[in-house]
Design a protein around this ligand. Sequence first.
Ligand code: ZN
Length: 242
Amino acid sequence: MTSIRVTVWNEFRHEKQHERVIAVYPDGIHTVIGDGLKAHGVESVRYATLDEPEHGLTAEVLAETDVLLWWGHMAHGDVQDEIVERVAARVLDGMGLIVLHSGHYSKIFKRLMGTSCDLKWREMGERERVWCVNPAHPIAEGLPDYFEIPHHEMYGEPFGIPEPDTLVFVNWFQGGEVFRGGCCFLRGRGKIFYFSPGHETHPIYFQPEIRQVIANAVHWAAPTNGPRIFVENRKEPIEPIS
Ligand code: ZN
């Protein structure tokens, strides 16, 4: 059990419009991600979705969130810039952020990366092999050296991100491409993990290894009590300066 307070944010549009997605996630991708976290002892899970007022991400909700998960795809442009800035400020002040799959193109991820976040993709339901390249990392705990996703969308390099602070997974695809599928970034006091699996037409978030990675990532990204970052004109030196 953990006292980490998690908010799972989901765009929640595909699951209302597309039969192939409704068949996999009738109650929304967010609820399945939340079920996986609860099965791993994360008791405090709340949900927020795009079409709620303030996208469900009020200042109060964010103040009570230790780690925010983000799944979005078809409506990145509908996310208000003001809310993006609010989330970014919370991350820089210590809230963990886990960006999933097509969230690579979300406003919040691009805002915090500062790069294009472009990638290659192909939707043919091919096999994906997720290789752990950093077995000592907390996000790799309890995982084998590789696991497979039977059918997934290909994401391929080069991925337009800044160099990750730590790389945990590199993913191979049946069609031949590779992708940095599990990347850690430190921004201000906050920790960010990007994890690429999670296309909406495949039951990715039911898979035990995926659930393990996300639960591990929640623990890794939870706030730590490092010094606050603020702008200050330090007129008084600590030691006398002669
Ligand atoms: Zn996708």
